[in-house]
Design a protein around this ligand. Structure first.
Ligand code: XMP
Length: 509
């Protein structure tokens, strides 16, 4: 495994992604990590990440110096390189001006890390400080116009420093550089596969749970479905999934889930129809935050009371993913940094005194999808676009009624069908409809109409932190609009949302 020390760079997750794409397991840990714990992990190499600090800042992050004495390769990126230079006796110059953007990297010495890369290649810079004097044993391996020490190498110790960022796509040969580090310098093997992970994880769950019972809040999304299936493989009917139909789901969602997970895959699912409870509580509520609070509170209440009916349950399973964990642990905190709970069942474990099972907590979303395929979930579930916990409740602007929900469900179904037919479904992060609280005048046949307006929202994104509105073909948008206006009574106008995040958000509420 490769240990990545998190000095606070915005690109940390990308470093981990690149390493995992090479089928090498890695973990991101904060700099305060205990040295004994590092030894227990048995890393084959360490990557010191970039970060916003200057090594001269008070309180800038540091790690146990003994990592440089473990006889394993170390790659320092940006701040990580400067930290290594300073720690090993070199010096770093504080810059007056930041260098940001593309630069041409002139490779002077290949020294292994640049194997297979042409002498001139592009790289992505984002730094203030630079190396002034190299520590003993290091040579400059590459330069750019502005940065003499763009890459340094100590071949005998296998220590490497990059002032640029190999993990971002703008450094076009960055992945090859990382591969050279992993396979040539560290001698890693390509052993990280979802097949192995599934086997190990099923075994681990079996050992931990023994004959006890586990409960899980099933939403029908990828994460909770994969978690459920994995645990089901380990302990079968000792797992009970609770699915709460809040009346804010897409068309036939609960029925579809029943067929796939309950009938075909034999999962033990307890369905609760709570539509009335949710809709009564949401009656005349228009404020988005209030809607979210009401939906969350009722969900927790129902989940708790249903869970209590399962006598002897000792564990609560959640589909927490690795980005949730990384984002919640501070770059400057210790290994005991607080880990946030999953937003859809937040607060449940503490209140219910259940022990947590989070089998996906070291996986990225793409790995969860691969795992889902490995353990036999159908493609339709694995490739489902994300759907928010409060469901259509935050896609109806203004107040929510059963009638308005049905209009939105019908519109949403058309969008889904057409997007799937066009081959865009997997390319989009999300595509859905929003029902607006205003009406507009139209003409149908010879008659004047005064009906609802719906908006189509379709975005591309890697992680939902940022998103771009999708440049869908006009023909496809036209087909969707025609079908909606012709087939859904109560709608006479369709608009397309062309805002990106930021400054807009993906959902409208
Ligand atoms: P925004 O609207 O903040 O959404 O750009 C980012 C992503 O999060 C999803 N989302 C939620 N998911 N519970 C969830 O499980 C929620 O309360 C929730 N709110 C937003 C949203 O669909 C998008 O993918």
């Amino acid at each position: 495994m490769i240990l990545i020390i998190d000095f606070g760079s915005q690109y940390n997750q990308l470093i981990a992604r690149r390493v995992r794409e090479c089928r090498v397991y890695c973990r991101i840990e904060p700099p305060g990590i205990d040295f004994d714990y590092i030894k227990e992990l048995h890393p084959e190499g360490i990557i010191l990440s970039g970060g916003p600090s200057s090594i001269y800042d008070q309180g800038s992050p540091v790690i146990d110096h003994r990592v440089f004495e473990m006889n394993i390769p170390v790659l320092g990126i940006c701040y990580g390189m400067q930290y290594m230079v300073d720690s090993l006796g070199g010096s770093v110059r504080q810059a007056e001006k930041r260098e940001y953007g593309f630069a041409e990297l002139n490779i002077k010495k290949d020294l292994g890390i640049f194997k297979g890369i042409e002498k001139k290649t592009d790289c992505w810079m984002s730094h203030g400080d630079s190396m002034e004097k190299a520590p003993a044993g290091f040579a400059i391996a590459a330069s750019t116009e502005n940065t003499k020490a763009a890459a340094i190498v100590n071949s005998s110790k296998k220590f490497y420093g990059f002032q640029f960022h190999p993990e971002v796509q703008h450094t076009s040969k960055g992945k090859l550089m990382l591969k050279n580090f992993l396979f040539d310098a560290c001698g890693c093997q390509r052993t990280w596969t979802m097949k192995k992970f599934a086997g190990d994880s099923i075994e681990e769950i079996r050992k931990r749970v023994k004959k006890k019972k586990v409960i899980l809040g099933l939403s029908g999304g990828v994460d909770s479905s994969v978690t459920a299936m994995l645990i089901h493989k380990a302990i079968g009917k000792q797992l009970t999934c609770i699915f709460v139909d809040n009346g804010l789901l897409r068309k036939n969602e609960a029925e579809k889930l029943k067929i796939t997970l309950e009938q075909h895959l034999d999962l033990n699912i307890h369905f609760v129809n709570a539509e009335k409870k949710f809709l009564d509580a949401l009656d005349k509520v228009t404020d988005p935050e209030q809607k979210r609070k009401i939906i969350g509170k009722i969900f927790i209440g129902i989940f708790e009371s249903e869970a209590k009916k399962i006598k002897g349950a000792e564990f609560l399973a959640q589909g927490t993913l690795y980005p949730d964990i990384i984002e919640s642990q501070s770059a400057f905190g210790g290994p005991t940094a607080v880990i946030k709970s999953h937003h859809n069942v937040g607060g449940l474990p503490e209140k219910m005194k259940l022990k947590l099972i989070e089998p996906l907590k070291h996986l990225f979303k793409d790995e969860v999808r691969l795992l889902g395929g490995e353990i036999g979930l159908p493609d339709e579930l694995i490739w489902r676009q994300p759907f928010p916990g409060p469901g259509l409740g935050v896609r109806i602007i203004g107040y929510i009624t059963k009638k308005r929900l049905d209009i939105l469900r019908n519109v949403d179904e058309i969008i889904m069908e057409e997007i799937k037919k066009s081959g865009y479904y997997k390319k989009l992060w999300q595509s859905f409809a929003v029902l607006l609280p205003i009406k507009s005048v139209g003409v149908m046949g010879d008659k004047r109409t005064y009906e609802n307006i719906t908006a189509i929202r379709a975005v591309t994104s890697d992680d939902a932190m940022t998103a771009d509105w999708a440049k869908l073909p006009h023909k496809l948008l036209g087909t969707i609009s025609n079908r909606i206006i012709n087939e859904v009574s109560g709608v006479n106008r369709v608009v397309y949302d062309i805002s990106s995040k930021p400054p807009s958000t993906i959902e409208w509420e």
